[in-house]
Structures are given as C-alpha cells and as structure tokens.
Design a protein around this ligand. Structure first.
Ligand code: ADP
Ligand code: MG
Length: 813
C-alpha cells in the first residue's frame, strides 16, 4: 500500500509540475512567493472540479460500468483529491504555523560588554535600534517626495551640510568635524586576545541555542547582520560540538574566492592551526586542504564540482551555504541539489546562512525550514544624498573624513582611485592625519588582503577602496563612513544572441542598504550616497536579479547532465532561468558535440565536464588531441584564464611597455602571442627579472603556470596525451576554432560582423591583429566599453569551420 501511495504521490507531483509549466511565463508571480506555496494554492483551487468528477465516476463504478483503465484513473483521482485536501488543510493551518515557524532566540543580556564600554556607548534596545534605523531610512527616502514641509527643511539642512563639506574640501578643518564619533582604540583592541574577540561577537550568546536548533532540525536558515560571526564561528561551534567525529567534514561555501581564502585563514588563526591542515579552503585551480581537513571553506562552484565525484556528499556531516542572499548561479544550483540529497541523507545537516535579506524565501524553498535570527548589533547610520547627480567627488569626501571609511567602486577603478587619493594626501602633507589607502577586490593577492584587517596605527585612518566584495562577504572593522557611488558591475545575458557582457548598472536598493550598513558596525556612522534620493527610489531596483536569470548556462547544464539530471526544465530551481536561456545552452552544447540530438550527454560531453572550465574552452582542449597540439593549447587555455592581466603598462613608461609588447607579436593572432610570452618565460627559467624587463606581470604568469599545471594533471583522467605540434600553428588555430566556432566574425564592407547574428563588432586596439584585418576571425570574448570589442582574436580560414563543426555549419547552409 505504501508503494502505491508513493506512486500516486509521484504522479500528483508530476501533475503539479505540468501545472507549473502552464505558468512558466508568469515569472513575476512565481518570484513573489515560493513555488510550492503557489502550487499548493492552485491545486486546492481545482479541488471542487475534481470532487464533481469523482462523484460521477463513483456512481458508474458502483454500477460496474467502468473499464479497468477507468477504474485506475478513478483511483488516481481519489489520491489526488486527498492530496489536495491535505494541501487545503495545510493552507488553513498555515497562518498558525507561520507564527511558530520562526525560531527566534531569546534576547539575552550579553555578559561581555567590554567592547561596548570601549565605545562609550551602549547599544540601544534592539527593537528600538532597528526601528530607528528604519525610520531614519524612511524619513530620508520619503522626504524629497513632497513630505511635510518641516521635514523637507530638515533634509535640506542635512544636505547642505554635505554640500558644504564637499565644496570646501581644500580647507578642511579636520579637528572640528564629527569628533564625537567614538572609535575603537586600536591598542586596546590589540590587547584583547582572539578568544575574547570571539566571545564578543553577536553570535556568541546564542551558541547553545543555535546548536540545539541545528540538532533539532535538518535544515535551518540562519540570518544575521554582516559581522555577527556566521562564517567564522558556526563551523567552529559545530566542530566543538562533535560534528566532525569519524573524519566527517563541515563544508562552508562562499560565492567569492577571496572570501573563502581570507575566512579560512582567519579561522585557522583562531584555532591556532596551520592553514591547510584542519582548516582549509578550495577554490578553482587552488586546493589548500589535506587529509586532515575537517573545516573546509570553498567557493560554491567547487562544491558543485564535488557532486561529480561524490554525488551524495557522503564525507560531509554539515553543509553551510553561506551568503545565500547573493544568489549566485552556483549557489542557486546548490540549493536544488542539496535539497534533493537531504531527503535521503537524513544525517546531513544543511545550514543556509544569509545577511538580513530574503530569508523568508529561503525558508519557503526548503519546505518551510525554520529561521534562526541572530539579533544584530547595529548603530544608526545617517544617510545623505546629493542634490544633483555627481560623479567625481569620491576622493574629496574620502580625504576629509576623520575616521576610517570604505568606498565601493568598480574593480578597474580601484587602482586609479587609490593613486588619486595617495597623490592628494601627498599634496596636503601634514595638514591631515595619516591616511592608509587600502584596496580590496577579488583577485588581490592574499598578502595585500591581510592589510585591510591589520589594526590601524594610532592617529592614522584607513580608507578601504573596495568592490562590492565588502558589502557582505568580508567584514572590515572600524569603518565609520561609507561612500557609495551606487554602481555595480553586472553580468547580463542576451538569450537571443547568446552574448554575455559585463555592464555597469546602478546597484539595487538592497545592495545600497548593505553598503550603508558597513558604517554602523562599531559606532554610529554616516553614509554618503553619491546620487539623489530620487534616484534611490526610482532608478534602482529593489533587489538584484538572481544571476541564474542573467547568465549563460552552458557550464551548469553540462554539469547537471553529467550528474544524471536530464530533465532540466523540471529541476527544482528557486527561481527558474528564462526558458530561452536553457534552450540556448542545450543548443550550444549540442553544437559543441557534448549532447546528442536527444539531449543526452555524449562521450565527448562527459570528458568535457571533467574540466573545470567553460564548455568552449573545454572543447578546445579536447580538440587539441585530434590536432596533436595539446602542449600548446594547454598553455593558451591557462593564459586565457588569467586574461588581460599579463601585460603591464605603467603610466610613466608607456612607450617602453608598448615596445616590449610588440616584441612578442607573432603572426596569426593574440592566442599565439600569449603562447609566445609563456614559452619565452619558461625558457628564462620562470624568471621574475625577465618579467620585469619585458613589462610582464609576474603574478599573472605564476598563476597561469598554476592553472596550466592543474589542467595538465587532469589530462590523464580524460585520456589526452600531451604532445606538441612542433612549431606548426595551423593545428593550434584549428583547435581554437573547434571550441570557439560560435565566436566567428567576418570582415565585410562595413567592418566585422558576427557570423551568427550579424552584429557589428570591432577588434580591440590592444590586439596584435588590430591593423591586419584578416577576413575571418575568432574572438575569445566580447566586451562592451565604448563599442562592442572583440578581445583576444585569432585568424582562421573559413574552410575550417565545416571541418570542426560539420553538423552546426551544415545546418546553417
Ligand atoms: P559574518 O559571516 O556574520 O558576516 P564573520 O564571521 O565573517 O561574520 O566575521 C566575524 C568577525 O570576525 C568580524 O567582525 C571580524 O572582526 C572578524 N574577522 C573576520 N575575518 C577576519 C580576518 N580575516 N581578519 C581579522 N578579523 C576577521
Ligand atoms: Mg559571512
């Protein structure tokens, strides 16, 4: 009986999914509530129709007028009805359950007020605090939209204050501004032992409650302000509580490489162990773990790859999906996979950790998992907007503020912004207090990263110039001011053309509020928004669209297919990707030969999935087997993956640098230039000096070498022999074509046009082929700056296209 129940249930589920398909284009509706909630409701609505049908048929059944098949149908309908009834009942109870669903730890008086005393300011009561913060925000936001007059006036005054500050930037009197803001005394902070710091974190008083909640529930959503100790403390608590007995691991995912590395280093330090032993991290092309590792921090993409070797994650006792609110592509896919394995691995604990955003949605997705809220400690942050749009005030504002500050800029602006600041400091000399300018971004080497966490020397201030990595992933202490230009860089994907590009867009309101929150961690702070209150309300989106809805899915589809998940349309997505994106990914994988016409993984596809790179790059590497040039192609793949940071072009030596670069040019295109650089570097004995003399960035080369080593190590697994083409570049270019034929451009009267969509594109001025203008080109990527530029291009012959992708190009004829 149990089995038929199960079957009927499965069928009912299938029906639910069909219902969902009908609703596929109702995305906004789906996004508002959880899918399950939505479906439950729909199913309940159909209940009455169903009931009527059953009554009719039962009559026929009683008079024996039904065929066997109809009887089975009736049985199925009854099951469905019962299910629907249950759903309906659940719906009625929902209000009640909703109240109980949220597990809210009891507010306790913390016993460790040491830090607060130093601040000479006791944090206000929680509710009041949050209330004030929200009111503050509401006030500032609503003010400029015709609210009460006096309020308007208040706003104007505040804005004038800000305006004044900006305009008088050359004659700032630092002593007189905002000296009342208490800051942490660095010397005292240093005195605190690390254990005391651990005990002073907001999460600490809830340690026992949290462990009890984890014990009780298989899946738990944990919500807490940035800096409350989620990432660094929870894994340690679990370890202390015995979750790593018997060699089981605790895994914690991070969307960003830097965060995974930096947090692992911090935790290793807190536990006084060597990084890579008990505590380690794993990011693409870099594995810093060992047999002994029980706390493993990793990027979400790496955990995804672990499913390939261990589909049930059997070696983990706990998986923490951290920074869940970031909703990266990989995190979203993990949600679906982990929810699935949690069903049959009842011993696996799943923790979904997030900043104070969207946690209800996570709870809904994970079948109403309880939410554990860590009461935050947040000081009020005053928010200032500009009167008019301004663009270039960053450095003025930075220079004048008396306390440490953090600003959010785009990665390519960081260097310029830091230089500008330092230049200004030099000019102002002793007129201002010492200012440490510290950059932080995703690819910053770890020794430089460590600097932002170092205590600031007495009397000095620091300015952290960060990308949005400092929004929630990393906690930097002592920040009192935040400057928010309001932009971020976002991937966007055109599913029609299959083109992916990075574009600068206004960040979301949720992001802006997270940024502002960075100012209120240790004391009352201020946030300067370099945009108008109007723009905040009208030009910014409420939240950031999940990455899965604006990116190429080729990689993920290949991975899911190799995990045996064939039916992607019905994968349990928290927010499904646009249908056409999914179809396009399938199409591309088919064209690459990774899928057959039934959408099943081919042998080639299986091998491609083994490589941790994009499908096109993967295909290029695999094609090098046939063309007997894997030696060279591996190098090119490695060099492409450190992309755009090979050549160094200091401002005062532009001519030298450009000449040095010209010396590496060889015929055929940029891929071959990159190969040439690498080959010469190998011949120099991997010399630092050689890099210096040739204006090549040593760090990038070292990374390329690491990547290459890793890829070469994988060649064995996919059975590709590493051989050289002995100086013949045609096989190399054919292998590139085999992977990137989607990226073909052709020269015609008006310039270059992509073959697939006839879009006008341009060779990047940095390219070795900028002046050559060959008839057929393949580009590695398109970037949109002032125009749609092709970056890293190689010359090909049109005949090769048919050779490398016959099924794709034949069907085009
Ligand atoms: P959450 O994950 O809740 O945002 P974290 O666990 O990352 O919080 O951070 C908790 C505290 O640990 C921070 O307030 C900070 O003081 C400290 N911390 C985290 N990483 C580092 C680091 N690399 N160096 C020094 N302190 C750190
Ligand atoms: Mg964290």
């Amino acid at each position: 009986a149990e089995r038929t129940d199960k079957k009927a249930y499965e069928e009912a589920q299938k029906r639910l999914k069909i219902a969902e398909d009908d609703q596929r284009n109702m995305l906004p509706e789906l996004r508002k509530r959880s899918r399950w909630e939505y479906l439950k409701k729909r199913e309940a609505e159909k209940l009455e129709d169903l009931e009527a049908e059953i009554i009719d048929e039962e009559y026929l059944f009683a008079t024996d007028e039904l065929t066997e098949r109809e009887k089975r149908d009736l049985e199925y309908k009854r099951t469905l009805r019962d299910l629907a009834k249950d759903y309906k009942k659940a719906g009625a109870k929902e209000q009640e359950e909703r109240k109980n669903r949220y597990y809210m730890p009891e507010e306790k008086r913390r016993k460790v007020p040491q830090r607060d005393l130093e601040l000479e300011e006791t944090p206000m009561e929680l509710g009041g605090e949050q209330g004030r913060w929200e009111e503050e925000r509401l006030k500032t936001a609503s003010l400029s939209f015709g609210a009460k007059k006096e309020r308007e006036q208040g706003m104007r005054q505040e804005q004038e204050k800000y305006q004044l500050i900006l305009e008088e930037d050359e004659m700032i009197d630092f002593v007189s501004t905002d000296q009342d803001t208490p800051a942490l005394s660095q010397a005292e902070l240093k005195k605190q032992s690390m254990q005391e710091v651990r005990r002073s974190l907001p999460i600490f008083p809830y340690r026992e409650d949290l462990l009890a909640a984890i014990h009780e529930h298989q899946i738990l959503v944990i919500e807490g302000e940035t800096g409350s100790g989620k990432t660094t403390q929870i894994p340690q608590y679990l370890l202390e509580d015995g979750y790593t007995k018997g060699g089981m691991k605790i895994g914690c995912t991070q969307p960003r490489r830097v965060a995974a590395m930096s947090v692992a280093a911090r935790v290793a330090e807190e536990m006084s162990v060597k990084l890579g032993n008990e505590v380690g991290y794993s990011i693409r092309f870099e594995d810093c773990t060992s047999e002994r590792t029980v706390l493993k921090y990793m990027t979400d993409g790496m955990l995804l790859r672990e499913f390939l070797t261990e589909p049930d994650l059997a070696s983990y006792s706990v998986i923490i999906i951290d920074e869940a609110h970031e909703r990266t592509l990989h995190t979203d896919i993990l949600f679906g996979l982990i929810k699935d394995i949690a069903r049959f691995r009842s011993d696996l604990k799943v923790l979904v950790a997030s900043a104070t955003l969207d946690t209800e949605r996570f709870s809904c997705f994970f079948d109403d998992a309880p939410v554990f809220r860590i009461p935050g400690r947040r000081f009020p942050v005053d928010i200032y907007y500009t009167k008019n749009k301004i663009y270039c005030y960053k450095e003025q504002v930075l220079i004048m503020h008396p306390s440490s500050c953090c600003t959010f800029v785009l990665q390519e602006e960081i260097e310029a912004c830091c230089e500008l600041l330092q230049e200004r400091c030099r000019r102002l000399g002793s007129k201002i207090a010492e200012l440490l300018v510290l950059p932080i971004y995703a690819n910053l080497p770890s020794d430089m990263q460590a600097k932002i966490f170092n205590p600031t020397p007495p009397g000095a201030r620091k300015v952290v110039v960060a990308t949005n990595i400092a929004e929630t992933s990393l906690t930097i202490d002592g920040i009192i001011y935040v400057i928010d230009p309001g932009f971020c860089k976002q991937k966007s994907y055109n599913a029609r053309t299959g083109m992916e590009s990075l574009i600068v867009t206004p960040c979301s309101r949720a992001s802006a509020n997270q940024r502002a929150g960075r100012a209120g961690r240790v004391a009352a702070g201020k946030c300067f928004r370099l945009y108008t209150a109007w723009a905040f309300k009208h030009e910014m989106e409420e939240t950031t669209v999940p990455e899965i809805q604006r990116t190429n899915l080729g990689n993920v589809v290949l991975l899911l297919k190799s995990l045996g998940i064939n039916d992607l349309i019905h994968f349990d997505f928290m927010d499904p990707p646009p249908h056409e994106t999914l179809v396009l990914a399938l199409e591309q994988l088919y064209a690459l030969g990774a899928l057959n016409h039934l959408g099943e993984l081919t042998k080639l596809g299986r091998r491609m999935a083994e490589l941790p790179v994009d499908p096109m790059l993967s295909k290029m590497i695999l094609a090098s087997e046939q063309y007997k040039c894997s030696e060279e192609v591996l190098t090119i793949a490695a060099m492409l993956s450190v992309n755009n940071s090979i050549f160094y072009r200091p401002k005062d030596k532009v001519v030298h640098a450009d000449n040095a670069r010209m010396n590496f040019v060889v015929p055929g295109g940029d891929h071959l230039v990159l190969l040439n650089v690498y080959t010469q570097w190998v011949e120099s004995g991997y010399s630092t000096q050689w890099c210096y003399e040739n204006f090549i960035q040593f760090r990038s080369m070292r990374r390329a070498r690491d990547v290459r080593d890793q890829l070469e190590g994988l060649m064995d697994r996919i059975e590709v022999e590493v051989v050289s083409s002995q100086g013949d570049n045609i096989p190399i270019r054919k292998a590139v074509t085999a992977g990137y034929f989607y990226h073909t451009a052709r020269l015609s009267k008006g310039g270059y046009k992509t073959v697939k969509h006839q879009q006008t594109v341009y060779v990047h001025p940095n390219s070795s082929l900028f002046e050559e203008q060959p008839r057929w080109l393949i580009y590695h990527e398109l970037v949109f700056t002032t125009k749609e530029f092709m970056r890293q291009v190689i010359e090909i012959e049109s005949g090769w296209l048919l050779e490398v992708a016959p099924h794709y190009y034949k069907s085009k004829e």
